[in-house]
Design a protein around this ligand. Structure first.
Ligand SMILES: Cc1cc2nc3c(=O)[nH]c(=O)nc-3n(C[C@H](O)[C@H](O)[C@H](O)COP(=O)(O)OP(=O)(O)OC[C@H]3O[C@@H](n4cnc5c(N)ncnc54)[C@H](O)[C@@H]3O)c2cc1C
Ligand code: FES
Length: 256
């Protein structure tokens, strides 16, 4: 059930320049969040309602009543969150959205574009190591982030746009020449990456679950600010998604 909570920030860590992991104490989120769910976070000290920002749940510890998020600073909201100090209180709305799974096949592969790895690492916490996990990043500047991911998921195969880390190419290139008929894919990254993945591999893989990106307003289904066109009509990414079957999404109408 989506609720608003006040959660103390327990710890923060800059895992890579401009990429922060926050650990928060919030027993209901720690208990109820499932892989694919997200939260809307806001610094309680900020009165600007527009600074409530959606972030995927990275991990939970139900016994300790804690959960974690990992985000990249890209604008005012994430800048504000990155500046918070342990002990300060955040407003947390969640857990929001549906989850990855159930999967049609026992073999589940993950495909992530940079920070899209967040819900996939949570899925890994719940299911165990992936048969394959492909991560795509831009260039060598992403090395600390990639190493941080590899420490958590040693099965990760790395791709970079310019070839300076791992193999040259995109995360979706990991699927080339692979037999995908009995594989389920869990995918999260920029919408153009997921559109390209579906275009190239959709005919060979029947179970492609994508977590869509959309700007969010309320995160509770009320504002219709996050609507996307699907084969079953207009759907709200916040509560009908963010995870959809790729074949349901009208990719040509999705504003990327
Ligand atoms: C369901 C969901 C889960 C997400 N999980 C994570 C996560 O785990 N880690 C993470 O780093 N980011 C995640 N994002 C993206 C994150 O919400 C945005 O980066 C953040 O809201 C930007 O806020 P800002 O105020 O810092 O930047 P703004 O000033 O609002 O925007 C800066 C830039 O970020 C883009 N942006 C803003 N909001 C979104 C959005 N909702 N989706 C995509 N791009 C956006 C803008 O177009 C702009 O280019 C997620 C987004 C969604 C919808
Ligand atoms: S964010 Fe308001 S309906 Fe989805």
């Amino acid at each position: 059930m989506i609720r608003d909570y006040q959660a103390p920030l327990l710890a923060k860590e800059e895992v890579s320049p401009g990429i922060w992991r926050l650990s928060l104490e919030c027993p209901p989120i720690a208990r109820e969040a499932r892989p694919g769910n997200f939260v809307l976070l806001k610094a309680v000290s900020s009165s600007a309602p527009l600074l409530r920002r959606p972030l995927g749940v990275l991990e939970t510890d139900a016994e300790k009543g804690t959960f974690g998020v990992l985000f990249r600073v890209v604008g005012a909201g994430t800048e504000l969150l990155s500046g918070m100090a342990p002990g300060q209180i955040l407003s947390v709305r969640g857990p929001v959205g549906g989850q990855f799974g159930p999967f049609e096949h026992g073999r589940v592969w993950a495909v992530a574009g940079t920070l899209g790895v967040v819900p996939l690492l949570f899925l890994r916490q719940a299911r165990g190591a992936f048969d394959k996990l492909f991560l795509g990043v831009g260039n060598a500047g992403w090395r600390p982030f990639a190493e941080w991911v590899r420490a958590r998921a040693p099965e990760m195969e790395l791709f970079s746009d310019d070839g300076s880390l791992g193999k040259k190419g995109f995360a979706i290139d990991g699927l080339k020449d692979q037999a995908l008929e009995d594989v389920s894919l869990a995918v999260c990254g920029p919408n153009p990456m997921m559109k390209a993945l579906y275009g190239q591999y959709g005919a060979r893989c029947a179970d492609i679950q994508v977590s869509l990106e959309r700007r969010m307003g309320c995160g509770m289904g009320g504002c219709f600010g996050c609507v996307v066109d699907t084969e079953t009509g207009r759907r709200r990414v916040c509560i009908d998604g963010p995870v959809f079957q790729a074949r349901e999404v009208k990719w040509d109408e999705l504003h990327l």
